[in-house]
Design a protein around this ligand. Structure first.
Ligand SMILES: Nc1ncnc2c1ncn2[C@@H]1O[C@H](COP(=O)(O)OP(=O)(O)OP(=O)(O)O)[C@@H](O)[C@H]1O
Length: 254
């Protein structure tokens, strides 16, 4: 089946003064996929995402999002995408329902806060303030804010950093759930297990260039075909398996 690109990036370049952070990268993101941007610190992942999100100027290159060219239709693109808001924008005096109403107002759209909180399993925290949430709950709320304007595409920058193994698994389920409803997801992560489980395809960026782009399976098969051999694992389980076995997979309302 021919996949339809919903984001098309061509020869994207970003210089910060003399420093070349992004050196001419090209990739497509297909409609309905979970696409991962992987790479070491400073590789240019956030810069690339923020340019697509219309939050940062590019130096050169072309970006098309759902048929709209970033150069002449940034406002159309803004309507199509969901971006995680900085938590500094979460007014401390407001509870989760009030925050969603406030953000909904910014988008001029009707939003049902309880439905949205239900999507991310936070209904029973409706009256809580953001600062009263656990790390996992904060991340789930942050993902809920990306969905307020019913976007076609959401951008998640390191959504599971700092979470415990259960909360991470719970967030993976949430992200898969969001995708199953038709939303395209672009995610950055430093966790390769997460990318392997979640992403349909990944681009690996290093020093501002894409050095690999394929499905995780294909990248692994290619490495093995090239003669790579992993030292044999003698243990049948790892410490994370022990942790999950002992503490359960269920979401904890910490
Ligand atoms: N506003 C800026 N001014 C100057 N240099 C910047 C600016 N923003 C980012 N950079 C530099 O551009 C490079 C790419 O940064 P970017 O944040 O895109 O990397 P990243 O891949 O997202 O890294 P990380 O995994 O650490 O989040 C880095 O060397 C960074 O120092």
């Amino acid at each position: 089946m021919q996949q339809k690109p919903i984001i098309s990036v061509k020869d994207l370049v970003k210089h910060y003064g003399d420093f070349k952070a992004v050196k001419g990268i090209s990739f497509d993101v297909y409609e309905g996929e979970i696409f991962g941007l992987l790479g070491p610190n400073g590789a240019g992942k956030s810069t690339t995402l923020e340019i697509i999100e219309t939050l940062r100027e590019k130096t050169s290159g072309e970006i098309i999002v759902d048929g709209f060219n970033l150069d002449n239709a940034p406002n159309e693109i803004k309507k199509l995408i969901g971006v995680q808001l900085q938590s500094s924008g979460y007014y401390p005096g407001l509870n989760l329902v009030e925050l969603i109403q406030l953000f909904g107002g910014l988008y001029n759209g009707k939003v049902n806060p309880m439905d949205l909180l239900g999507t991310v399993n936070l209904r029973d925290k409706a009256k809580a303030k953001f600062k009263e949430l656990s790390g996992g709950q904060k991340q789930r709320f942050s993902i809920a804010t990306t969905l307020i304007n019913r976007p076609k595409i959401i951008f998640l920058d390191e959504p599971t950093t700092g979470l415990d193994p259960q909360a991470r698994r719970n967030l993976w389920d949430l992200i898969k759930d969001i995708r199953s409803k038709g939303t395209t997801v672009i995610i950055t992560t430093h966790y390769m297990d997460e990318a392997e489980i979640l992403c349909d395809r990944v681009a690996i960026i290093d020093s501002g260039k894409i050095i690999a782009l394929a499905s995780p399976d294909k990248l692994i098969d290619d490495l093995v075909a090239a003669g790579f051999e992993k030292p044999k694992e003698v243990k049948q389980a790892n410490l994370e398996d022990v942790f999950i076995h002992l503490t359960g997979k269920q979401l904890r309302e910490e």
